[in-house]
Design a protein around this ligand. Sequence first.
Ligand SMILES: Nc1ncnc2c1ncn2[C@@H]1O[C@H](COP(=O)(O)OP(=O)(O)OP(=O)(O)O)[C@@H](O)[C@H]1O
Ligand SMILES: O=P(O)(O)O[C@H]1[C@H](OP(=O)(O)O)[C@@H](OP(=O)(O)O)[C@@H](O)[C@@H](O)[C@@H]1OP(=O)(O)O
Ligand SMILES: [Mg+2]
Ligand SMILES: [Mg+2]
Length: 350
Amino acid sequence: MRLKGEIHNPCCDEEEEKVAEENGRELNSIVGVGISPPPKLVVGYALTSKKKKSFLQPKLLGLARNMGIFFIAIDLNRPLSDQGPFDVVLHKLAGKEWSEIIEDYRQKHPEVTVLDPPNAVQHLHSRQSMLQGVADLNLSDCHGRVVVPKQLIVTKDPLSIPNEVDKAGLKLPLVAKPLLVDGSAKSHELFLAYDQCSLSELEPPLVLQEFVNHGGVLFKVYIVGEAIKVVRRFSLPNISKRELEKLAGVFRFPRVSCAAASADDADLDPSIAELPERPLLENLARQLRQRLGLRLFNVDMIREHGTKDVFYVIDINYFPGYGKMPDYEHIFTDFLLSLVQSKHKKRPAT
Ligand SMILES: Nc1ncnc2c1ncn2[C@@H]1O[C@H](COP(=O)(O)OP(=O)(O)OP(=O)(O)O)[C@@H](O)[C@H]1O
Ligand SMILES: O=P(O)(O)O[C@H]1[C@H](OP(=O)(O)O)[C@@H](OP(=O)(O)O)[C@@H](O)[C@@H](O)[C@@H]1OP(=O)(O)O
Ligand SMILES: [Mg+2]
Ligand SMILES: [Mg+2]
């Protein structure tokens, strides 16, 4: 198997090769010499170097090893079926070519848990289909409401945007986001638009989304299988009517909420900082897991300013920055072990 284009070879740097080699050696010695019981779980991974650095931290690898879970780098220059055998394949790489390889592998190896199926991951690559799933959910229970901001997809002719926005009845200010999310820095380049005329400066394809005032705090809801962990992050401040009247133009803004700095310890207004209620999150996570067919993702949620329990989902990410999630090493190893247990349960007794 040889890959062209934008795919990163996980084994391309020396450091990585060393890790893969050591992992392999260790695995052989454990299995071969029989000093300790065979590993419970072998996880093959195909991740970008950035992801490997943030996710495969020593605290995860150490805990996993103690629990009999081994992480082995997948060599993108060799056929996937010749490697392993793996119990689980963990992947996040860009490109159609990789999606085809992993889908083919999944079909030929139903005994391997592929996290997650590429067609399900693909669903999050467009900011249009990403939020569709949320809009269709049935979440009107007594613990709050979950909706999505009003949005418009623009695929061509920037000059027509002011008119299209008018026709769609979208209210300013608007957040402009690239339509496609492919892991590149460009796909995270976001703009705030304060007036209608300036919208024609934007570059389609994009999504124009109503900006929802939320008091500058965002909730990142991480999902790992059945587990849910929610953290607060700093976000964009409210935009007042006065500010909107005074300002014109489109302005690029940084990835505020992606910063590792958590807002969990900040001295915040409790009505803004209060986390969404647990039953609401459980309901949302359960329905999204089913609808999206994903086990590894996070959801960015904001509380509409001045309300107690009206939440907007503004973004969903596949295999997000779990390295920033408190206690991720325990949550992840427990999840991986639960996969083996559920496999054993499914196996008929002999
Ligand atoms: N509709 C909105 N109303 C208010 N603020 C918003 C809205 N959409 C985005 N934001 C702000 O912009 C930030 C980035 O938006 P978004 O999460 O959609 O982009 P992203 O590039 O996909 O981010 P990520 O790094 O989480 O993948 C949000 O975390 C939030 O602070
Ligand atoms: O950079 P981190 O590891 O923290 O993870 C970020 C992740 O980047 P990576 O997958 O390249 O690592 C992003 O993925 P792409 O959209 O760019 O594919 C996206 O999911 C962000 O939301 C994650 O940040 P978080 O939302 O969890 O704070
Ligand atoms: Mg986001
Ligand atoms: Mg995102």
